[in-house]
Design a protein around this ligand. Sequence first.
Ligand code: C5P
Length: 363
Amino acid sequence: VDSQPTICGMPLKYVSLVTLAVQNAALSIVMHYSRVSTPAAQSYSPASAVLLNELLKGSISFVVAFLRVADASDASGRGLMGWWSSLRRVCREIFSPDCWKLSIPAILYVVQNSLQFVAISNLPVATFQVTYQMKILTTAAFSVMLLRKKLTSTKWLSLFFLAIGVGIVQIQSGSTNHIPVRHSMPVGSAHESAPLHIHIMSPLKGFGAVTAACFTSGLAGVYFEMVLKNSKADLWVRNVQLSLFSLVPAVLPIFWESSPTYARDGIISGLFRNFGGWAWATVMVQVFGGLVTAIVIKYSDNILKGFATSLSIVLSFLASVALFGFRITPSFLIGSTTVLVATWMYNQPPGKELVGITSVMPV
Ligand code: C5P
């Protein structure tokens, strides 16, 4: 059993929780701006971003897995042979006979990461964040179906509130079919006053993508949990396996979409076409998020992960007001407050649930 590590005297569990909340908020803002700040024809390919994310995350996880194996076998004390045997050991662990199990969450996460780009390009940041909370609902449903988890009536009630809250936010954002977003330039930026282009958002498309992403998130998360709990393999090794299996579904759309570009520019130039600072920032924040998610799963649990996500709604909402001139409407306030209260209710430990409704629902 791993002891709880600390950073500057604070448990890593809480540090990773707060970091995940800030990362979640930062990702939706950076990703949204990276998509809406340039006309579609000059924008980078989301498929390239998804592939780079997996390549970087997999490489970092490989280094961590290797260093852990080397540390456990005291490789530094045994010279070059020690490092070589650690490398062979970590490769054996990665290509273990049960590695194929990661192929299912890997495909689902690639689909989810791609859908996230569609959603964030077609919805205001705060609306995206609130609607994405529906993944608590799908995670609960898949946990009941696949992991045979039992939910208390408080949890079912909070899921019901969550759906209502998301519905309220959706009504106000979905009332117009296409929203021009000249205001999506950060206030005070060089682009703010320049009416160079108007990015057209389609809320219906955005909600469709976010709903599908909630399904893949729930299924992938529960499946990943099943794989982790049914084996003793190191989390970082599992992360490498996840990234390796992600490569196939991440590469396919790139060739599908861009074969004429590659024929003209070559593979590397085609991959990095229009890949500017905001695109790199999006990939970096995503990679960081994947790694923090892994740490949260290891040192905390999914309950605390839910808290981090709900905290990020408030953070990205405040940032949207400051950066993108997002207007607070009564229905947004009512809807997001309902989502936050529902998330808080869902995350109450069994002993602290509302008196009188703690009975376990039959599955
Ligand atoms: O929103 P949700 O928690 O489902 O998002 C999970 C995100 O974290 C996905 O982008 C996925 O690629 C990433 N992830 C990861 N490594 C894990 C688990 C999730 O990179 N072990």
